[in-house]
Ligand binder design. Structure first.
Ligand code: F6P
Length: 364
């Protein structure tokens, strides 16, 4: 049997996400109340691991954080310790400083790390596991694009925010006889667009998994006009692209491990539809509103389950794994199997078929 677990560390990495605090709370409460462990948080994601920025997490430290957005530990989506940037002679050079992070874990007397993050953060978690660190991952992202888990925490909240935005856009679209395009996040996966589009009664949903023909979307809106509906609402995933076109990039963040930031396709779609349909069109980019603020009840429960399940995996010394949700059951899978396989919307799946069946246009 391996060494007895007495102290665990927690780290939140990558973009923030509703439910992060609920996971931190569940980990801390389960660790202290059920197993009498000590809990330490690293601040600012992997940067804090490199700099040894720790904070003790006791029951007082996590009191009242369940409904709070963001992460009390703060985060960073730039610091990969296996390729850490330094400025030398005015140039950026990259070095592997992962051993500094490992030494900081040892110096803090931590027996196991619970690392909460999306694809980028969990890639480093896997790499730390490969170097012998006792790691358990927790799947976070509003995009819901992590493989081998049915739902990531934060996704439900993002869908709820986008759905409310669609409800609000409907009333102003109808008043002004306009086409309103809502651009939502999701990176290279269309989950937020698809689910919010169905929940918010969109007329068209454009997602990365189904490249669109703008003429087809225009035809759908023109048909609605003929049927007496002279307004339409279109959801556009930030990763959507025309059949013979490219992704729309809003920014390249040079010092980020994942430098491409998508954005702006909703504006293009609105302009093209205005010309093709002859109705005024406007675009709204929902942006980080989808990430900020309080988690839904579903996300609070899912985050709590993930946090508690992560501590159970630590106690069973099942390291190198990520906790997962399969159906309605908590389970786990190797980080080795999770990384590098994004979970996309199935264009032939039931959800897309259902949406098409009720008349939603995907531009295909
Ligand atoms: O992965 C979460 C996410 O919000 C994506 O949906 C979005 O493309 C990206 O992060 C935005 O990143 P940033 O916060 O760096 O602008």
């Amino acid at each position: 049997m391996d060494k007895k677990i007495k102290k665990i560390g927690i780290l939140t990495g990558g973009g923030d996400c509703p439910g992060l605090n609920a996971v931190i709370r569940a980990v801390t409460r389960t660790a202290i109340l059920k197993y009498n462990l000590e809990v330490v948080g690293f601040k600012n994601g992997y940067r804090g691991l490199y700099l040894g920025q720790t904070v003790r997490l006791d029951l007082d430290a996590i009191s009242g954080i369940l409904p709070r957005g963001g992460t009390i530990l703060h985060t960073s989506n730039k610091d990969n310790l296996f390729r850490y940037p330094f400025i030398e002679d005015g140039k950026i050079v990259y070095r592997d400083v992962s051993d500094v992070g490992i030494q900081n874990i040892r110096d803090a007397g931590i027996d196991a790390m619970i690392i909460i993050g999306g694809d980028g953060t969990l890639t480093s978690a896997r790499d730390f596991a490969r170097k012998g660190v006792n790691v358990v991952g927790v799947p976070k992202t509003i995009d819901n694009d992590l493989a081998l888990t049915d739902v990531t925490f934060g996704f439900d909240t993002a869908v709820a925010v986008a759905t409310e935005a669609l409800d609000r856009l409907h009333s102003t679209a109808e008043s002004h006889h306009r086409i309103m395009c809502l651009e939502v996040m999701g990176r290279y996966a269309g989950w937020i667009a698809l689910e919010a589009g169905i929940a918010g009664g969109a007329d068209a949903i454009l997602i990365p998994e189904i490249p669109y023909d703008i003429q087809k979307v225009a035809e759908k809106i023109i048909k609605r006009r003929h049927d007496g509906k002279d307004f339409s609402v279109v959801v556009v995933a930030e990763g959507a692209r025309p059949i013979s076109g490219e992704l729309t990039i809003s920014q390249v963040v040079e010092d980020s491990p994942d430098p491409i930031r998508l954005g702006g396709i909703g504006i293009q779609v609105a302009k093209q539809l205005e010309e093709l349909v002859g109705l005024e069109a406007r675009a709204t980019i929902l942006g980080h509103l989808q990430r900020g603020g309080t988690p839904t009840a579903y996300d609070r429960i899912l985050s709590t389950r993930y946090g508690a399940a992560a501590v159970e995996l630590v106690m069973e010394q099942k390291f190198g794994n990520m906790v997962t949700l399969k159906g309605n059951d908590m389970s786990y899978d190797s980080l080795e199997n999770v990384i590098g396989k994004l979970k996309n919307v199935d264009p032939e799946g039931e959800l897309v078929k259902t949406a098409k069946g009720i008349g939603i246009c995907f531009g295909d």
